[in-house]
Ligand binder design. Structure first.
Ligand SMILES: Cc1cc2nc3c(=O)[nH]c(=O)nc-3n(C[C@H](O)[C@H](O)[C@H](O)COP(=O)(O)O)c2cc1C
Length: 433
């Protein structure tokens, strides 16, 4: 090669100017960002995000169930490709929402406000957890224009319910995400093994962990203490030692287990959309549609509650048939790629939702990290749709069944002997033989 040829090959990148740029150069998918979050967080805090109930079967199945579906691309124009869609009667830039996660400030001091800002920039809805570490009012004040949903447990005490609904409505939340998978608390054994509490208690082990993760520790120590301010009015005893303690208090007190009558009552008290979060049972979908529920978030709580609870992708086709267009379906659990979202929509879902992926982004780089995750999802969805041969979410809904196939069906088709090319031997040839 001549010197000028070598010179033409030399490429020196200027240093990244922003966190977002740095992240973009190093992280090409959610798994890359997950690794960065694992490096930044103390082990017990990272495991609190990662862990699932008991043997973590549902946690693993959530991921594996996406791999059971394969694409059958079609040839056609993908000019003017768009991810725009609608959800609960309003526009979304892509069919994705951010699921509620309690204790978010534990992972990064910017917490829920950073998540909400990134969601607003990406024009997707954000479900704020009842167990958030920032008040619902502060999140609203920081993010006018964001489509905000509020996540809560069914509340048996009618006076308390009215007070909570009044507060949620005043704070400008358009929809309720009602948990129906939290009658008890899942046994997340990683947390017990790590001695994890929220907020983290200071003991020799956490001090060592803290010293090994100085940037997280500084953020934790120099910012407001972790608290659950949306619950102030409802849990008068003051701060609780651990998430399990908090759940136990909620479940034993005003939040005593409720039934369908309470959900019907809630329907009569809230004019906006209601999403039941945590259904995988077709009969529940039927019943919810019958009482005017607007959507189901098909979810096993990211595998964190009942282990062996069905994975959303395994039940989705049946739920789509039972819903029969009467309510919308949002799938969460194990969604890590834009292609996962496209698979769920091809099967009849209206959108997907993510929990851990945006928490990885938050832990790695605050708001810029969440924005990067959302950007990756958008790029991956566009790429998948291009390669699949569909130009819009509406087209994906219409053509979906022809574009995706379960491995069980492929196996059955591939093991069924092919029919002979000459279907039948004419009688006159048969008699000559
Ligand atoms: C750290 C963490 C906290 C969570 N807290 C809540 C919560 O307060 N309320 C709720 O309905 N779901 C909660 N979830 C479940 C998520 O809303 C969502 O269903 C789940 O994370 C989706 O699975 P994925 O993490 O694989 O995307 C939490 C999940 C995580 C990882």
């Amino acid at each position: 090669m001549k010197a000028k040829d070598i010179k033409a090959l030399v490429s020196v990148q200027p240093p990244a100017r922003t966190k977002a740029e740095r992240l973009g150069r190093r992280s090409f998918n959610v798994e890359d960002i997950r690794k960065q979050a694992a490096r930044r967080l103390p082990r017990s805090v990272f495991d609190y995000i990662e862990g699932g109930g008991e043997d973590e079967y549902s946690l693993r199945r959530n991921r594996d169930s996406f791999a059971d579906w394969s694409f059958l691309p079609q040839w056609g124009s993908v000019a003017d490709l768009s991810l725009e869609s609608t959800l609960l009667g309003g526009p979304v830039a892509m069919p994705l929402t951010l699921s509620p996660t309690g204790g978010t400030r534990l992972f990064h001091p910017q917490g829920e406000i950073a998540v909400a800002r990134a969601a607003r920039s990406a024009r997707v809805p954000y479900g704020l957890a009842h167990l958030s570490t920032t008040t619902m009012e502060d999140v609203s004040a920081a993010t006018p224009g964001l489509r905000r949903w509020f996540n809560m447990e069914p509340i048996g005490d009618r006076g308390l319910l009215d007070a909570v609904l009044e507060r949620v409505s005043r704070a400008g939340y358009e929809a309720l995400l009602l948990n129906v998978d939290c009658r008890g608390i899942g046994h997340r054994e990683r947390d017990y093994r790590n001695g994890f509490t929220a907020p983290p208690s200071i003991k020799p082990r956490t001090v060592v962990e803290g010293l090994l993760h100085p940037s997280w520790s500084l953020g934790f120590l120099l910012n407001d203490a972790i608290a659950f301010p949306n619950l102030d009015a409802e849990v008068p005893e003051g701060p609780l030692a651990s998430t399990p303690d908090m759940w136990r208090t909620l479940l034993a007190g005003s939040y005593e287990p409720t039934d369908w009558n309470d959900i019907e009552h809630l329907r009569s008290r809230w004019d906006g959309p209601i999403v039941l979060k945590g259904c995988v049972n077709p009969d529940d979908v039927d019943r919810a549609a019958g009482i005017g529920i607007d959507a189901i978030q098909v979810s096993n709580h990211g595998g964190r509650q009942l282990d062996h609870m069905a994975s959303p992708m395994d039940v989705l086709p049946e739920l789509v048939r039972r819903a029969d267009g009467r309510l919308e379906l949002i799938v969460d659990g194990g969604v890590r790629r834009g292609s996962d979202v496209i698979k769920a929509i091809a099967l009849g879902a209206d959108a997907c939702s993510i929990g851990r992926p945006y928490l990885y982004g938050l832990a790695a780089a605050g708001e810029a990290g969440v924005a990067h995750v959302l950007n990756l999802f958008a790029q991956e969805m566009e790429r998948t749709m291009t390669l699949l041969g569909v130009a819009s979410i509406a087209q994906l809904h219409a053509d979906g069944p022809a574009l995706i196939r379960h491995r069980a069906e492929m196996f059955e088709r591939s093991t069924t002997p092919a029919r002979p090319r000459i279907a039948a031997v004419p009688d006159e040839l048969r008699s000559r033989a």
